[in-house]
Design a protein around this ligand. Structure first.
Ligand code: 5GP
Length: 211
């Protein structure tokens, strides 16, 4: 049975530690590729073009939308964010599991377009811890932090639409749980329709041959 790549969507409140978790996942296991999004947000001091994001102007982003170059996009705290199509398709064809670290509107669009996508939501151990992590990161102004916390309140309404939640308490055990979930998801019937159908046909042929 040929292993096909699956689309893994990882969402979570800003400050939940998704970025670090993804970094650890990619470092520890070699069957994952991370999609790099396009955004109109300004780069943070340590971010590099083409590593965390492709940083573009609003005009370039809108051109990309028109040319159908994005598999999904959304606005988040007044900026555009979107997933470039080409890389995702290439990695899936190579059998890689591709991780999209995106917010909830985009996640739901992906589920509509790709029903076999796996949707995971990373949660902090508590709301207080989230505020602490956002403040500690030190890259956002108090005003932006407040906007992101408000957005977390909105996103919390949609968590039931995800397949699994992952509580980010300890980085290493969280990475392992994430990897185990994705590995297990490969065996769900919804992701093995072709194999199941072949098995049915073979069984039918066997039964007929015995008559
Ligand atoms: P940040 O500005 O903190 O890097 O990202 C803000 C939010 O945008 C996060 O929830 C992040 O997961 C989400 N995001 C990043 N890239 C994309 C994307 O390509 N599409 C969508 N829909 N959301 C994204």
């Amino acid at each position: 049975m040929k292993r096909k790549g699956i689309l893994v969507v990882v969402s979570g409140f800003s400050g939940a530690g998704k970025g670090t978790l993804m970094e650890q996942l990619l470092k520890t296991y070699d069957n994952y590729s991370l999609s790099i999004s396009m955004t109109t947000r300004a780069p943070r001091p340590k971010e590099r073009e083409g590593r965390e994001y492709f940083f573009v102007t609003k005009e370039s982003f809108e051109k990309e939308i028109k040319q159908d170059g994005l598999i999904e996009y959304a606005t988040y705290c007044e900026n555009y964010y979107g997933t470039p199509r080409k890389y995702v398709e290439e990695q899936l064809n190579r059998g890689k599991d591709i991780i999209l670290e995106i917010e909830i509107q985009g996640a739901l669009k992906i589920k509509e377009k790709f029903p076999t996508a796996l949707l995971l939501f990373v949660m902090p151990p508590s709301a207080k811890e989230l505020e602490k992590r956002l403040t500690k990161r030190g890259t956002e102004t108090p005003e932006v932090i407040e906007k992101r916390l408000r957005r977390a309140v909105e996103e919390a309404q949609g968590i039931e639409k995800y397949d699994f939640i992952i509580v980010n308490d300890d980085l290493e055990s969280c990475t392992r749980r994430l990897h185990n979930l994705i590995t297990a998801a490969h065996n769900a019937p919804i992701r093995n329709e072709e194999f199941i159908e072949n098995m049915r046909q073979e069984l039918n042929a066997l039964v007929k041959g015995e008559k």
